[in-house]
Design a protein around this ligand. Structure first.
Ligand code: GUN
Length: 288
């Protein structure tokens, strides 16, 4: 079997065209969706992600502003900026790009964002609402993964889903969304015994580990749907410098029924769903 590719660029473009239209409608009512992105430090990957987010806003007709700080900036400076953005009616979403430099208290920074502008869905209020199945901002990466299932008509009811990785950004919210959609969910992590045995049971396999090609072809059940959240840069071998996922794509493609590529899979969908959440926040502000 050669898997069908779940194309994040194509699905992202389709959804973003709709967001652009909605943004124009909102702008006609006096509200242009606005996103503020905060970047602390010089992490090369974060700089690329932030640039892509700002560009995506411009293409969808959203307002955006970027606030970049040196790695040794005082926490107070960033908290003051967040307080200013919380009060700014032009801004409907505030995103602090992670990871923050090690000496920064990430919880203090994320908690400073007003819950109604937390378009990443990382604050405790949002996490709790997601767990309870209440309206909330859904974290963008797992939200994007769910859009792939919806768009490809992949039913999750009664399916065995295995999420590899238990991060707050991806693993935990992904597990919650899959569970709400009717899947039986297993979350694997660094202390899991016999990862391969768990993965081989998965009808839906989500890899969010951060280790290049850790999921090999022999760990995938024939016909499984594979969502690869990893974005790793290869450090050695003939492909040094190239991006690859947490899944050995070439091998997995021969076993799975659907698979997301890296790049061009989950990455563009994360940005797409950030636009979705920002738009939703702008709509809520109009209705408030
Ligand atoms: N770093 C990696 N993924 C994300 C994300 O979805 N949001 C933010 N803010 N930082 C990230």
């Amino acid at each position: 079997m050669t898997a069908q590719i779940l194309d994040g660029n194509a699905l992202g473009q389709k959804l973003r065209a709709g967001f652009k239209q909605k943004a124009e409608e909102l702008a006609a009512q006096g509200v242009r969706p606005g996103l503020a992105v905060i970047l602390v430090g010089e992490d090369a990957a974060s700089q690329v992600y932030v640039r892509n987010k700002v560009n995506a806003c411009a293409q969808a007709g959203f307002y955006s502003e970027k606030h970049a700080y040196a790695p040794d900036v005082a926490l107070r400076v960033v908290l003051d900026k967040i307080a200013e953005l919380n009060a700014d009616p032009k801004i409907h979403g505030i995103l602090v790009q992670l990871p923050l430099p090690r000496h920064f208290d990430a919880d203090a920074v994320l908690d400073a964002i007003a819950a109604e502008k937390d378009v990443d869905g990382f604050r405790a209020e949002n996490v709790g609402a997601l767990m309870l199945g209440q309206p909330c901002f859904i974290p963008c990466t797992p939200y994007g993964a769910m859009k792939f299932f919806e768009d490809a008509g992949i039913s999750l009811k009664g399916k065995e889903a295995v999420v590899v990785g238990r991060s707050n950004i991806v693993g935990k919210p992904m597990a919650m969304l899959l569970m709400h959609a009717g899947a039986t969910v297993t979350v694997c992590h660094s202390q899991t015994r016999d990862l391969k045995a768990h993965c081989l049971r998965a009808d839906i396999l989500v890899a969010a580990i951060g280790k290049p090609k850790m999921i090999t072809g022999d760990m995938i059940k024939p016909g499984a749907v594979v969502i690869d959240v990893g974005i790793n840069r290869l450090q050695d071998g003939p492909d040094t410098g190239k991006l690859c996922g947490d899944v050995d794509f070439a091998a997995a493609r021969e076993v799975a029924s659907f698979i997301t590529p890296v790049p061009g899979g989950v990455g563009p969908m994360t940005i797409t769903m950030l636009l979705a959440n920002t738009l939703e926040s702008a709509e809520r502000s109009l209705n408030a």
